[in-house]
Design a binder for this molecule. Structure first.
Ligand SMILES: *[C@@H]1O[C@H](CO)[C@@H](O)[C@H](O)[C@H]1NC(C)=O
Ligand SMILES: *[C@@H]1O[C@H](CO)[C@@H](O)[C@H](O)[C@H]1NC(C)=O
Length: 306
């Protein structure tokens, strides 16, 4: 019985004999070729092309600079006491933007104070300003200036008279923001956010400590880096989608002085792990940093990224 069943299959030595013959070799080659062809077809890419090389080359490396191919270093740091004038020179042709403010075409549309923010008065601001005693703060995403004015008040109250707050924002809001801010004027397509922000700063007596940097986060942070402007504290509160938050954090960290603090709003949002939180966590993971939370804010302490 056993013998009979056994005979249905060739004996092992017979198989070995067959494998040494020419037909076997031909079958083997054909099968190998067919397998390779089908695999390549299935993956929709021809095997062993540049695609594989690219994947190999972009494998995460040790540092951010390695991965993102940014300029390797920022300009030599400007002394903190010269930062305000540097920004005024580079952006405002040497004259404070508050001189002769407001311009006639905008003045009649501005309210003496029109402030609205989200989470702008959270305890995190006072906690971090007490902890860091910043000489320079950069805020990315200022809108109408609520949190910047709050920080200016705090620094004044805590005796940090010299502190400068640079507010990076394109001051355009976002497409459709006037659905929620119908009272804000639109002049030939200009939403006047920069002027209303400045008016709010004027009304709260903070023109000496708050300067707008009215450009997109990306271009402004690149330039601050190039000019050697560094900050002790950087707040990120601009675009909340992953791509924006990711780019802002990675650009901002380059202008942070070694050991400075990076923080931002909306760590917990309906976007769950697809927006700000995903970007913050990924950044922390790559750089082996710890994320703390303070209310709705995320905080990364003592950042030293090379
Ligand atoms: C910039 O400042 C210089 C020197 O004060 C002045 O001559 C020039 O007109 C200014 N340019 C603009 C565009 O305001
Ligand atoms: C900041 O201080 C100014 C002037 O004292 C005050 O009018 C304003 O309400 C304060 N704003 C905030 C946000 O604390």
């Amino acid at each position: 019985m056993i013998m009979k069943e056994d005979r249905r299959f060739p004996h092992r030595h017979e198989v070995l004999q067959f494998m040494k013959t020419k037909p076997a070799l031909v079958i083997f080659i054909v099968l190998t070729y067919a397998f390779g062809y089908l695999t390549a077809y299935y993956n929709h890419v021809p095997p062993s092309t540049t695609v594989l090389k690219t994947v190999k080359a972009t494998k995460p490396r040790g540092s951010l600079v390695d991965n993102f191919r940014v300029t390797t270093r920022c300009g030599d740091p400007v002394p903190p006491e010269s930062i305000r004038q540097t920004v005024i020179d580079k952006i405002f042709n040497g004259t404070s933007p508050y001189v002769d403010f407001p311009p006639p075409h905008a003045g009649k549309y501005l309210r003496s104070k029109r402030i609205k923010g989200w989470g702008s008065y959270g305890a995190v601001f006072e906690n971090l300003i007490r902890q860091v005693k910043p000489r320079t703060i950069v805020e990315v995403g200022s809108f109408l200036g609520a949190s910047a004015i709050h920080m200016a008040n705090l620094t004044r109250r805590l005796g940090l008279e010299e502190t400068q707050i640079l507010c990076v924002d394109d001051f355009r809001g976002w497409p459709g923001f006037r659905d929620r801010f119908k009272d804000m004027a639109l002049v030939n397509g200009d939403v006047l956010l920069l002027y209303q922000f400045m008016q709010n700063v004027v009304s709260s007596g903070s023109t000496g400590s708050i300067l707008p940097v009215p450009f997109s986060a990306g271009s402004a942070l690149e330039k601050l880096c190039e000019w050697g402007v560094t900050a002790d504290l950087v707040e990120i509160d601009a675009g909340h989608d992953f791509n924006s938050a990711w780019a802002d954090i990675n650009r901002a960290v380059r202008i942070l002085r070694p050991g400075g603090v990076l923080f931002g709003h909306d760590y917990f949002t309906a976007a769950d792990n697809r927006g700000v939180r995903r970007a913050v966590n990924l950044f922390a993971e790559i750089n082996r940093l710890k994320v703390k939370t303070d209310g709705q804010h995320w905080v990364i302490d003592s950042v030293n990224v090379t």
